[in-house]
Design a protein around this ligand. Structure first.
Ligand code: G
Ligand code: G
Ligand code: MN
Ligand code: NA
Length: 252
């Protein structure tokens, strides 16, 4: 209850900030997309991990207003970057299950795109397999979002259920290979086999694929030889502030 009370006031108190993690093209090293990850710095609790407060926000329904804040903040940032000349940039936003089932989500996103004068293709949403369990509602929502023109990716792929069925039915553009498979890719033959299979699956379905949690150069070599052409992880960069992205990434 205590943390919930603080979370409730976090937006008006300006305690949230978005960080951005680069996604790297493994062939040319170029960075044209980022994953947006929320950070919360509270006076009483200090830095609280989203792994801790996002579930609380889900339970309490606060995720709807926090999610709307995230969408607006990311769009505002994209508008700033575009004004500075960085045009073809895309940012991926994590959408939690409750948000995905909020009938207002398409309107919230459309309004933000209009307000900040952004093409829909500059926004990607990441949904987990769990968010798609309510198949009927999730499917119609993703179809509405797809019609707007935003990019849709499956986050933490391979850790949920019934993944093949919804890959067939849902309008998915990108598969994100979960970090748990990437972690021991060089030593664990099963992880290596699963990762290669996910890469081929994505390509056979005409989808893009990106590996998460890349921390070592050996993992990069493995991914390149398995035809996975995009990756993100601490090896390239941790999630960092928009300022750092501008100084160290976009300037290159
Ligand atoms: O950034 P970090 O790895 O600590 O994130 C932990 C978890 O919080 C991840 O599962 C991530 O998807 C989730 N998360 C981070 N930022 C957001 C956000 O803006 N919205 C939602 N719904 N989840 C987020
Ligand atoms: O569930 P989701 O994939 O959205 O969560 C992303 C989380 O993974 C974030 O908390 C982010 O900080 C974290 N992350 C990103 N890259 C790496 C990495 O290379 N190693 C580890 N251990 N975590 C990472
Ligand atoms: Mn994610
Ligand atoms: Na993930």
């Amino acid at each position: 209850i205590l943390m919930e009370a603080h979370l409730r006031k976090a937006i008006e108190k300006n305690e949230f900030i978005m960080h951005y993690q680069p996604q790297v093209n493994l062939l040319d090293g170029k960075i044209k997309s980022f994953e947006a990850l929320i950070r919360w710095n509270n006076r009483k609790f200090g830095f609280v991990s989203p792994a801790q407060f996002i579930p609380l926000a889900e339970e309490t329904g606060l995720i709807i207003s926090i999610g709307e804040w995230v969408i607006h903040t990311v769009c505002e940032q994209l508008a700033i970057w575009r004004k500075k000349g960085f045009k073809d940039i895309r940012v991926a936003i994590n959408i939690s299950p409750k948000q995905l089932l909020d009938p207002n989500l398409p309107t919230i996103i459309k309004k933000a795109l209009l307000f900040y004068q952004l093409p829909a293709s500059s926004i990607e949403i990441e949904v987990t397999e769990g968010a798609m369990e309510d198949t009927r509602n999730a499917l119609s929502m993703l179809q509405r979002l797809k019609e707007i023109g935003i990019v849709i990716s499956v986050d933490d792929f391979g850790t949920g259920y019934s993944s093949l069925n919804y890959l067939k039915r849902f309008p998915i553009d990108i598969i994100k290979i979960d970090q748990s498979f990437v972690k021991e890719i060089q030593v664990n033959e099963k992880d290596a086999a699963i990762t290669k299979t996910i890469i081929n699956l994505a390509h056979n379905l005409g989808m893009e694929v990106i590996a998460e949690g890349v921390e070592e150069s050996d993992q990069v070599q493995f991914l390149i030889s398995a035809q996975c052409l995009k990756a993100q992880g601490f090896y390239f960069s941790r999630p960092v502030s928009a300022d750092e992205i501008e100084k160290n990434v976009l300037c290159i």
